[in-house]
Design a protein around this ligand. Structure first.
Ligand code: ZN
Length: 161
């Protein structure tokens, strides 16, 4: 079990944070963007970047090759739909994707939009961590968080119509 401190200050003990989120045990800030039988999309508002989406499997697995046929199809379809919505609703031109298998969470893909301001942290994969830390430490203010929530709402509306 791990102790997780939520953004509202409450502490919960969970086996796996991803399981807790995708099963609806923990309500995340901004809520669910879209979900299917096998996947759950939300934003980690601890990293307030408008249009950032985390797409997590509902099943507790770690690696891409553990997905079964149905999950694979669902995954690529949902990933594509979210990407399209990021473009059409939020005007996001480029997205960086990553997932890592040696995580204490379970299988989830980060979809990190690329904005102009991120160029000061470099290009490509080495800029991702500094960008996320900058967002967490410097952009965690009311105005920006509101923009992030607007982004979540816009994506939710587009992806659930
Ligand atoms: Zn899990």
């Amino acid at each position: 079990m791990r102790e997780i401190t939520l953004s509202n200050g409450k502490t919960v003990a969970v086996e796996c944070l991803s399981c807790a989120i995708t099963n609806g045990l923990i309500e995340i800030d901004g809520g669910v963007i879209v979900e299917t039988e096998y996947f759950h999309a939300h934003q980690d508002v601890a990293y307030p970047i408008k249009g950032l989406v985390i797409l997590a499997s509902k099943r507790h697995i770690k690696c891409l090759d553990e997905l079964n046929e149905e999950e694979m199809i669902d995954y690529i379809n949902l990933l594509s739909k979210i990407r399209k919505a990021q473009r059409e609703v939020l005007g996001i031109e480029h997205v960086y994707y990553f997932y890592n298998e040696d995580t204490t969470h379970h299988f989830h893909t980060w979809m990190v939009p690329r904005y102009e301001w991120m160029n000061e942290f470099g290009r490509s994969v080495e800029s991702v961590r500094p960008v996320l830390l900058h967002a967490r430490n410097e952009l965690n203010n009311g105005e920006n968080v509101n923009r992030v929530i607007e982004g979540i709402d816009a994506l939710r509306e587009e992806l659930n119509k």
